[in-house]
Design a protein around this ligand. Structure first.
Ligand code: HEM
Length: 185
């Protein structure tokens, strides 16, 4: 796939799998985050909170792995058929999404600590509190986490719209850069 010291022509298989697993987790945590805050207090709300936090922590771990794979194995250059505007826009969206999949879980963990609630990861283990209880800090972090969630939703929609445009309207093979390798490749 990649030649040491030169830019690879494709994404590493691990980068592709991580892309789709992280995407599936994001498609769960965002709607879960929106719904859980609007549910009446009770068992269902608690379960959704636990799942939201657990999948958020999973996203963080996978995101760190993904950044490591990108640094160590490299990434292919932008798709050659992109216009200058598309190249700038897609690079900005991708890089902001990388930042958000790292920052959003940290914000969630910080704010849950400030609220003095345990972050239990799928009931397997509990993360330590990152800070003492502080209602004011919780409110500030919660607002930033919500704004990050809105930004992330918009970027994910733009990302999906871009992929659909290339596949359905332009009918090029850009989507295959993130799919398992074809036999003919
Ligand atoms: C990539 C990961 C994450 C994303 C995209 C995300 C996204 C969201 C979204 C969209 C909301 C709904 C905000 C609203 O009510 O409009 C939310 C709420 C919330 N999230 Fe996350 N989240 C992530 C990770 C985490 C993690 C790791 C934790 C905790 C460890 C966490 C804790 C919370 C809590 C406690 C709320 C409720 C906030 C409140 O009502 O003040 N999140 N999140």
């Amino acid at each position: 796939m990649s030649v040491t010291g030169s830019q690879p022509t494709r994404y590493a298989p691990t980068a592709k799998w991580l892309h789709w697993i992280i995407a599936a987790c994001i498609l769960f945590v965002i709607p879960a985050g929106i719904v859980m805050g609007r549910l009446p207090e009770g068992a269902l709300q608690n379960q959704l909170f636990d799942l939201h936090r657990s999948f958020g922590v999973l996203i963080f771990a996978l995101a760190v792995w993904r950044v490591y794979v990108r640094q160590s194995r490299g990434a292919p250059p932008p798709y050659p058929e992109l216009s200058r505007l598309e190249r700038i826009a897609s690079t900005a969206v991708h890089h902001t999404l990388y930042i958000l999949i790292i920052v959003m879980p940290i914000l969630g963990w910080l704010m849950t600590s400030a609220y003095r609630v345990d972050v239990s990861v799928f009931g397997l283990f509990t993360l330590p509190h990152l800070m003492p209880q502080n209602d004011k800090t919780y409110e500030v972090l919660s607002t930033i986490h919500k704004m990050g969630g809105i930004l992330m939703t918009l970027l994910v929609l733009a990302h999906i719209a871009g992929a659909l445009k290339h596949t359905i309207i332009d009918r090029n093979d850009l989507i295959w850069r993130m799919l398992p390798q074809r036999r003919s490749d």
